[in-house]
Write a protein that binds this ligand. Structure first.
Ligand SMILES: [Zn+2]
Ligand SMILES: [Zn+2]
Ligand SMILES: [Zn+2]
Length: 241
């Protein structure tokens, strides 16, 4: 029952996002406008809460917040996060085989395997045996550019003080890094994260350091050399590894 209720709740949130019904302000970035709800956005972002509380002049009058310097695609994903506690591409957490096949006396205690598969009489008949979601798998394996997306999402979460989303992008970044460290996107994402995250914040950087240190073939890549020359501490560790 609880799972059905969770599913309904998620669908209701999705509808609010898609239709913009009851929306009480808008976020405008480049050519995109997102109809959102204060009651949903404010509790998740201190920056938006402040901006809306102290909005004055044009912004207050029009009930709009302008973000002219951000990447509209990333703002769109941030808005998606506010309503769904996830953003695209969505991958299962964790990617372990799922069982709920009765012959083997498995109890399905987590019916929401991932956003693409919810166990139940209508989907798999509660009969999953070593199930790994093919959509999640293909997203994880075949899409290296998402490393850059996760790094950018981490940055935007930092900027607008969205703690939950920051944790989520760090987690996604980590999961994808372990699969796709050799992808051409890794050095790009790594440089981006090192140049944009504050020094004390090691959310992404520590994951990158680990990835670089444990995969010596990366040290030869020119983008990684740039990164190493900009971070003396890391270069030293590589030299003595
Ligand atoms: Zn199941
Ligand atoms: Zn299932
Ligand atoms: Zn899935």
């Amino acid at each position: 029952m609880a799972d059905a209720a969770v599913k309904r709740h998620m669908e209701a949130m999705q509808r609010l996002l898609e239709t913009g019904k009851h929306s009480d302000f808008e976020i405008t970035c480049q050519n995109e406008t997102f109809k959102v709800h204060k009651a949903i956005v404010c509790p998740q972002s201190k920056s938006f809460e402040k901006a809306l509380t102290f909005a004055a002049g044009k912004e207050a009058e029009e009930r709009k917040i302008y973000l002219p310097h951000d990447d509209a695609a990333m703002v769109g994903l941030l808005v998606q996060y506010f309503y769904k506690a996830e953003y695209d591409p969505i991958i299962a957490d964790p990617m372990v085989p799922h069982f709920c096949n009765n012959d083997y006396y498995y109890q399905c205690d987590n019916k929401v395997v991932c956003p693409h598969h919810i166990c139940g009489p209508e989907t798999c008949g509660d009969d999953c045996f070593r199930f790994v979601c093919p959509i999640c798998q293909s997203v994880l394996k075949g899409n290296g550019e998402q490393l850059v997306t996760h790094a950018k999402m981490y940055e935007i979460a930092e900027k607008y003080d969205v703690t939950g989303e920051k944790g989520l992008s760090a987690e996604k970044f980590k999961r994808v890094c372990s699969e796709l460290w050799d992808d051409p996107s890794f050095p790009i994402a790594a440089n981006l994260a090192f140049s944009t995250t504050p020094d004390k914040d090691m959310g992404l950087c520590s994951c990158e350091e680990k990835t670089i240190l444990s995969n010596p073939s990366l040290w030869e890549k020119s983008e990684i050399e740039v990164l190493l020359s900009n971070s003396p501490g890391l270069a030293l560790e590589v030299r003595y590894a």
